[in-house]
Design a binder for this molecule. Structure first.
Ligand code: UN1
Length: 519
């Protein structure tokens, strides 16, 4: 490949052309794919967009030292003033919402509406964090000793290592960084090598605003391979918290390494999310939600609906309608606003999709629609497109491939007779991120959300809406192999701080707890 490369207008509008680590004058693999450079290809065409220089062990060290110093200064800034900086960052993202969302779309492949939605999620969490900056509440508790007071306070933690996946290349950093910043922490972000341009554009904005406020190293990026950068970071005690998003396999490795040094880990890993549909549900609503949940982002959300568990009495009709809806989904250039489904991120993802479909068939699954590559033609001839796919499990519901998370738009259909069995089936996977039930009966909804814990075992359980597309206000994350971490809303901010219990004696006597006398 030697033809001259044209610079995408988004690289100009987001000022990536002038960024020291972005190379736009690229001609192909030979010159730029090397140990210290990665070529970023658009998933819709597999053509290069730009190349990005990678960090070395030395630059990682320099970034970490600067982050430690930045933390020392930043943690002395009052929390509401930290919130003020985050407010300015959120406002700066508002100004580039459309372009940054489009860059997400170009580089990652999700459709433009979802790319913009993702940046909106960062703006939302920035707003949330601004409010939180005045609410880093501790507690006071009564002391058992006379003339003593007890309180608990939350203190800044230190530099936070943020490892993100390709599929949410902007918002997952936002969830972490906006909260970490109001909590008084500095951030070092290691983005996926499949989406470094979004990371550079995103971080540069935050970095510029922090620099204007006298904190140039508050938000830093370290872009590199897992071997050179990732391994060092997870073993590095200077990061008291590693927040990592990605596969269960990656999380197991990161979790073990961080636990070994007794650091804290926030893991947001894979999901295998199911939608249960009861016969009394609003089926129109269920249909639309299921299509968004399974086809949205081309099945590359950790919250994607991967399993449909539907009552046998309505299964045939509903699935027939679903197949029809799938076949009308327009697949193509994610920046074309009439398109509903873009490409998978890489050719490797397409191969994983094909392999899952082949395994499902070999295991007795019935392919109802999709199951093959798609060629939208035109400029997107060489892209990583597949057809959204529905596979019906055999009558005995035994389909082992459905226990795995394949990051692609494949929906496996199971049927049930009793709600109890449906809930068991939905829980009977290793992952525990998101779940949903569609029902018209409050009793079934309550059963699904049972406070005894006998309902959904996931971190997210929805009634009459799908598994994906959570708002930032709730805590986001899941149980079991999903890793147990919680990011984003509610009290997730506590992960970015350390807790201190303080007892204050304002008398002049030594009084020991538990009534101990020591005289
Ligand atoms: C992810 O896929 O890693 O709930 C995050 C959702 C989005 C976040 C997904 N708000 O689908």
């Amino acid at each position: 490949m030697t033809q001259a490369h044209t610079i995408h207008p988004l690289l100009e509008s987001l000022d990536l052309v002038n960024h020291p680590r972005v190379v736009t004058d690229i001609r192909g693999d030979e010159t730029h794919e090397s140990d210290n450079m990665v070529v970023v290809r658009a998933p819709a065409t597999n053509q290069p967009i730009a190349a990005v220089t990678l960090d070395s062990a030395e630059s990682y060290e320099d970034i970490t030292i600067r982050s430690v110093e930045a933390f020392k200064k930043w943690c002395t800034v009052p929390a509401p003033a930290r919130g003020d900086l985050v407010r300015r960052i959120g406002n700066a993202y508002r100004e580039v919402l459309e372009d940054l969302g489009s860059l997400v779309s170009l580089e990652m492949g999700k459709i433009k509406a979802e790319g913009i939605g993702e940046v909106q999620e960062t703006i939302d969490i920035a707003d949330f964090a601004v409010g939180q900056s005045r609410m880093l509440y501790g507690k006071t508790m009564p002391s058992e000793r006379p003339l003593h007071a007890m309180k608990e306070q939350w203190l800044p933690l230190g530099p936070v290592g943020i490892i993100t996946a390709f599929n949410f290349p902007n918002a997952v950093w936002g969830w972490n960084a906006m909260l970490a910043a109001v909590c008084g922490d500095s951030c070092v972000w290691k983005p996926s090598l499949l989406a470094p341009l979004t990371a550079i554009a995103t971080n540069t904005i935050a970095q510029r605003i922090a620099e204007e406020a006298g904190h140039p190293d508050l938000f830093q990026l370290v872009i590199g391979t897992d071997d050179v950068v990732g391994e060092t970071m997870i073993h590095d005690k200077r990061y008291p918290l590693i927040s990592a998003t990605g596969s269960c396999r990656m999380g197991r490795h990161v979790g073990a390494a961080v636990a070994q040094r007794l650091g804290k880990c926030l893991l947001e890993l894979g999901g295998n999310n199911a939608v249960i549909i009861e016969p009394d549900a609003n089926l129109d609503l269920a249909l639309k939600s299921t299509v968004f949940g399974s086809v949205g982002t081309a099945g590359q959300r950790c919250t994607t609906s991967r399993r449909l568990i539907i009552h046998e009495s309505i299964a045939d009709d509903f699935v027939a309608k679903l197949v029809k809806a799938y076949e009308t989904v327009r697949i193509g250039d994610p920046l074309d606003e009439t398109v509903l489904m873009g490409p998978l991120r890489t050719e490797g993802s397409v191969e994983q999709y094909e392999s899952a479909v082949a395994q499902a068939k070999a295991q007795g699954g019935e392919l109802l629609t999709g199951g093959e590559r798609h060629n939208p033609g035109g400029d997107c001839e060489g892209g990583n497109f597949v057809k959204p796919t529905i596979i019906r499990a055999p009558k005995d519901n035994n389909l082992p491939i459905a226990l795995e998370e394949t990051f692609a738009p494949i929906l496996y259909v199971f049927t049930y007779t009793n709600l109890e069995d449906a809930i068991d089936m939905q829980n009977n996977v290793d992952q525990g991120l998101s779940s949903a039930i569609f029902t018209g009966a409050s009793a079934s909804a309550e059963r699904f959300l049972s406070p005894t814990g006998a309902g959904s075992d996931c971190g997210i359980a929805n009634v009459n809406l799908g598994t994906s597309g959570a708002e930032i206000g709730g805590a986001f994350g899941g149980e079991k192999d999903t890793g147990g971490g919680r990011e984003s809303g509610s009290d997730s901010w506590k992960s970015y701080m350390r807790r201190q219990t303080c007892t204050i004696n304002h008398g002049s006597e030594l009084t020991l707890a538990q009534g101990i006398r020591f005289e």
